[in-house]
Write a protein that binds this ligand. Sequence first.
Ligand code: C5P
Length: 231
Amino acid sequence: MPATNAPHDQIAVALDVPTLDEAARLAADLEGVVGWFKIGLELFAAHGPEAVARIRPHGRVFLDVKLHDIPTTVERAAARLADLDIDLVTIHALGGPDMIRAAISGLSDARKVLAVTLLTSMDAAALDAVGLDTNADRVPLLAKMATGAGAGGVVCSAGQSWRVREAVGQRPMIVTPGIRPADHADDDHAGVWTPQAAIDAGSNLLVIGRPVTRSADPIAAATAIVSSIGG
Ligand code: C5P
C-alpha cells in the first residue's frame, strides 16, 4: 500500500545517481516532498544495507532488486532484506507462484512484495527471442498469478494499468514507471504517461527518476509533479 493516498505518497523518486552521497543529498532535499525513494541495483550493488540506512530517514524505501531465482534462494535473500527497514522489494513474476510465496515467507510481509510483470524494455522482438508471445493478456495474467500467490502489488506500465486493475481487483498496489510531466522530454521510454493519466488508469505508486534527479531544481520538479496529482 502507499503509506497513505495523499499525493506525495503516490510518488517514488528513483535515486539512479552514481554515488550514495548524491542519493542521500537528493533524499534529504526531497524529504516530505515525496513519500518514497527507490534504491536500484546500482546503488545497492555498490553500498548494500548502508544505502538503505542513509536513505530511510528521509522517506519510505522501495528496493528495486528484482529477485529471480529458485524459491529457497529467494526466501533466504528476502529474509536478509527483512532485517533492513524497507517497505517494498521487487521480484520477477516470471519466477512463478512458488518463488513469489518464498519471497513473502522470507520478508514475513506480503505487502512488501512487488512482482514485476514484464520489463518495459521487452519489445515484441525481445519477447519472441525468449519464447514469449506478445499477447496483450500476458501482463494482466502475470499480475493475477502474482497477487493470487499473495504479492501485495505488481509493477506494470501505465498502458497496462487499467487491464491489470481489472485483473487483480482494488486491493493490490499497482506501481508504474515511464511517467513524465506533461512538459518533459521522453528520455528513453517508449510510451510515456503523465502522472495524472497513470493514476486515472489505476496506478497508485508512480516511479519517476530523471525528470527530478536531473532537474536543475529537483525540489521544484518534484513539487510540480505532486501538485499535478492534486497535492
Ligand atoms: O526514466 P526514469 O528516470 O523516470 O526511470 C525511473 C525508473 O523507471 C528506473 O529506475 C527504471 O527502474 C524504470 N524504467 C523503466 N523503463 C524504462 C526506463 C526506466 O521501467 N524504459
